[in-house]
Design a protein around this ligand. Structure first.
Ligand code: ATP
Ligand code: MG
Length: 750
């Protein structure tokens, strides 16, 4: 774990020192209704990690209280994930369903104490009676039932004498409690469903708030660590355990911020939708953030744990950049895996002055020379290079093979191009080349200067392989649903060529294909006849670089560009460099990167602003849209602001201090008056409201004012969600954080 202690470790240490507990017991309590994802990895890392660190133990408990969605295949996936990440649970896997009899006894005890009752209001009525944040609720008339009537009804509920929804068991706490969760929460509900472990034995199932705290207690858990959404449930957790007057010690709940990653969805519901809708190929699709997906893609457990450690344990929600995870993988593999040559898009090269065949001894770890291991790289008259590594009309700054420019074959000789062979359509199908016998790598006396070394394979021994290239599954940074999927997330190359040692010697399962990225032999589809490799991650280290490297500034003069109809002007080397950097390192989309790279004023503004902040996407969008329009309308000289102001404005957007809509408004003002954007936001009171406590009452008001639409919504017109969100946003003058409004509205309308 991290050097410095996080707040959970501090609590645990204090509890050990004070003698509150003799041994630390934690648990990882997933519901087996989906495959575990990277968020679960973080929870596993924390729960098992703390137990290990303090010589305690951690239980693996399936929280299987919802019979309709759970299944043993998910239990197996959860077990696999824990083991793969390198942890061991204490004893057997536990199941909340094992405690159903004990929980039932506790429920009867609450009834006997006058602390629980069977309610027979409808779901609708229960919701109505609960009141609102500003209004106390009122208690159901059924709360008057006698102890014996309650006991009798509960028993008959259990035996299946009633239909679903006819009765529920509720705790008798306080219908006016400011924490609405305490307004007589539900403890049991009737479900006539088959449970994957208890079959048809139970017709009632305990609610999370009742089952979780007691399961923790039964297992002797000391620290019940969960995510922040459960903060308000903590009062029920304590109420149940305290009211039952259980013998100490008892567990306490502690909350931490859940892991969120941009370009990634983690909710099991959304993952299930992707799997069942056939948008991906199963739960272990390498594009999914599931443990099974990452594993199949070739991520290592070490890298995932490093990532969990790096992002830390916090008390406030935030979103982690997905490139930080990619950085961890790259960093792990960079040190470990052999480097080999693979040609993804083969172009034949015939070396006319070479006869025969030789084998070049090439190290697997050329970057780490003391590390042993090498293979024989066959070389012959016919080889393949990557199509992109030859350019007939190279732009300036192109360092690979051209008719004028020789290139080195990695670990091998220097070659030069003698003749280009084309088919009838004008496509290049072959290069005739010459090699320089005295230019062999490591023993080069030729004196020929080259600017780069490229990968290649010998035609007589190369193996055909399938390579699966993965990009992000979503094209938008904060994906909502299917509509945000990236249509290019999977590209399959059927006949890439690889040097033979990779397939015959198999020095590892993971490789660096030099100049291409890291790849993993697919654990399911790989066969000796048809090897299949998954791309794990690219080579570019964008996250690490962004943090450390200051970018060079571009000149501010603007070149005129001539655009020939139907043909794109080739980029200058500088533009090409920018374009590469923008798409690969900074992950801008092609269109934005293209606009920026080709326009010197825009790119220099961008580069300058980037030295002030390191979140490239919002900044690029602002420049390409708003700034470009402003320059077009008024000219560069008339701009009232500079890179610094753009950086400030973007920073507020990045921090969600202001919404997109407000950002536009601030930009207009800044462009007009030249005022500092932070000042504008302060003076006009435009700061985005993200605090649910401030937003909730507004939403409640909107809901209260529109009973008809609430009715329609509940009757199934889900489109009205947008109406409520819109009204709430309007009521705040556009200042509320739309994401939070969305969530709260959805929650309030149930
Ligand atoms: P989801 O909302 O993705 O469906 P969940 O919270 O319903 O997940 P559970 O199976 O109930 O999933 O979660 C098991 C444990 O993992 C819980 O303790 C939960 O708090 C934790 N967990 C789930 N998602 C995350 C996350 N994104 N970050 C940290 N912990 C998480
Ligand atoms: Mg859940």
């Amino acid at each position: 774990m991290n050097e410095s202690k996080n707040f959970l470790e501090s609590i645990v240490e204090k509890d050990l020192q004070s003698g509150k507990y003799k041994e630390i017991v934690t648990r990882f309590p997933p519901e087996p209704n989906g495959f575990p994802h990277i968020g679960h990895a973080k929870s596993i890392f924390i729960n098992f990690g703390i137990a290990r660190e303090y010589n305690g133990h951690c239980n693996l408990r399936m929280d299987d209280t919802n019979p309709t969605t759970e299944d043993t295949k998910y239990v197996e996936a959860l077990k696999d994930a824990v083991i793969w990440l390198g942890y061991k649970w204490d004893g057997n896997v536990r199941f909340t369903s094992d405690y159903f009899p004990a929980l039932y006894e506790y429920a009867k005890k609450l009834i006997t104490m006058g602390k629980a009752y069977v309610d027979s209001l409808s779901e609708e009525e229960i919701r109505e009676y609960r009141g609102t944040v500003t209004e106390a609720g009122k208690r159901s008339k059924f709360a008057q039932r006698s102890i014996s009537e309650n006991l009798d009804l509960l028993e008959r509920m259990k035996n299946g004498e009633f239909a679903e929804g006819e009765h529920v068991l509720r705790a008798k706490i306080d219908m006016a409690a400011p924490n609405m969760k305490l307004r007589d929460p539900l403890l049991y509900r009737i479900r006539h469903a088959h449970h994957f472990r208890t079959g048809n034995e139970w017709k009632i199932y305990p609610m999370y708030d009742f089952a979780h705290c007691l399961s923790d207690y039964i297992e002797g858990v000391t620290h019940s660590i969960c995510t922040l959404e459960f903060e308000n449930n903590r009062d029920i957790y304590n109420w149940v355990l305290d009211t039952l007057e259980l013998e100490p010690p008892r567990p306490y709940q502690h909350e931490f911020a859940r892991l969120n990653i941009n370009y990634t969805v983690m909710s099991k519901r959304k993952l299930l939708e992707l799997v069942e809708g056939g948008y991906v190929n199963g739960w272990d699709d390498p594009r999914l953030p599931t443990i099974a997906g990452y594993r199949r893609k070739g991520y290592t457990a070490e890298a995932i744990l490093t990532f969990c450690d790096q992002v830390g344990v916090a008390k406030a929600n935030s979103i982690v950049d997905v490139s930080q995870l990619e950085f961890c993988i790259r960093d792990d593999l960079n040190k470990k895996v052999p480097r080999v040559l693979c040609v993804l898009n083969p172009l034949k090269v015939t070396i006319e002055n070479y006869e025969g065949r030789e084998e070049i001894d090439a190290p697997y770890y050329p970057h780490d020379v003391p590390k042993e291991g090498s293979r024989k790289l066959p070389f012959s008259r016919e080889i393949y290079i990557n199509r992109e590594d030859f350019e007939e009309n190279p732009p300036k700054g192109y360092y690979r093979l051209t008719p004028q420019q020789p290139v080195r074959l990695r670990h091998g000789y220097i070659i030069s191009c003698k003749e280009i062979i084309k088919d009838d359509a004008g496509n290049i199908i072959e290069i005739k080349a010459a090699y320089y016998p005295d230019s062999k790598s490591g023993n080069d006396t030729s004196g020929i200067k080259v600017k780069s070394a490229i990968q290649w394979v010998s035609a007589d021994s190369a193996k055909e392989v399938e390579v699966r290239l993965y990009e992000r599954l979503y094209k938008s940074e904060f994906p909502e649903g299917i509509e945000d999927l990236n249509p290019n997330s999977l590209q399959i190359i059927k006949n890439a060529l690889i040097e033979p040692a990779v397939v015959t010697e198999k020095p590892d399962k993971r490789f660096q294909f030099e100049r291409e990225g890291y790849f993993y032999a697919d654990p399911l589809d790989y066969t000796d006849e048809k090897p299949v490799f998954n791309k794990i991650v690219g080579l570019k280290d964008s996250w690490g670089k962004k943090k450390t490297e200051k970018q060079p500034r571009a000149k501010k003069s603007q070149e005129k560009k001539i655009q020939i109809d139907g043909e794109v002007t080739p980029m200058t080397p500088q533009q090409e460099k920018f374009f590469q950097r923008y798409t690969q390192e900074l992950k801008l989309n092609n269109e934005v990167a293209n606009t920026l790279a080709r326009d010197e004023i825009l790119s220099s503004l961008y580069e300058e602003a980037l030295t002030l902040l390191n979140t490239p996407v919002n900044l690029a969008n602002l420049i390409v849209n708003e700034v470009a329009r402003e320059i077009k309308e008024k000219g560069f000289e008339a701009l009232q602001f500079a890179a610094k102001e753009l950086a400030q404005l973007t920073a507020m957007l990045d921090e969600e201090k202001i919404s997109n809509k407000i950002a536009k408004q601030v930009f207009e003002e800044m462009a007009k008056s030249g005022k500092n954007p932070t000042k504008i936001v302060e003076e006009k009171g435009l700061v985005q409201i993200s605090d649910p406590a401030l937003i909730e009452p507004i939403i409640e008001e909107v809901i209260a004012k529109n009973p008809d639409n609430v009715e329609k919504f509940k009757a199934g017109n889900k489109k009205l969600l947008g109406f409520f969100v819109g009204q709430a946003l309007k009521a705040t003058g556009g200042k509320a954080n739309p994401k939070i409004v969305n969530e709260l509205v959805a929650k309030k309308l149930g």
